[in-house]
Write a protein that binds this ligand. Sequence first.
Ligand code: PNS
Length: 162
Amino acid sequence: MSIKRAVYPGSFDPPTLGHIDLVQRGLQLVDELVVAVLRNRNKDSLFSVDERIEMLEECLSEEPHIRVESFEGLLVDFAEKMGCQSILRGLRAVSDFEYEFQMALMNRRLAPNLETLFLMPSEDHVFVSSRIVREVAYFGGDLTSLVPDRVLAHLKEKFPLQ
Ligand code: PNS
């Protein structure tokens, strides 16, 4: 079966080169990818949802067959609303596995026809996470190999001393 449309959900706070790598890999397999930013009221975030959407749109402007959206509530409900047949997630290391496995099985229970697809990022990005990026940015470290240039510009606005 070919996958017509998949959703790539996440917090993307901020988007990293790992996220962009995963989008590009996903686009080899699906006709259209919906990158979906979670609106999570409980989570302290560095960037607002609108800022994250703006950064993703800037970073992915060259990629055809992409749309960037936000969602609230259950991912499976959003996926169904958007007509997605699959959920795309990145698997970087064994440490990701338990959380991802639990989430994939829960989503399958909620929506048996929605298949989760795991892709591995390039080994250049396996250790990169938004949390690590936020921490390095806070302390003024070099982020050039971790985030796209557009995201770097937004981080410099948040942390002017960098
Ligand atoms: O980038 P993240 O923070 O690892 O992404 C987590 C995300 C957004 C995929 C996950 O928290 C999610 O899907 N939240 C929506 C609520 C939901 O559907 N939960 C049930 C699945 S366990």
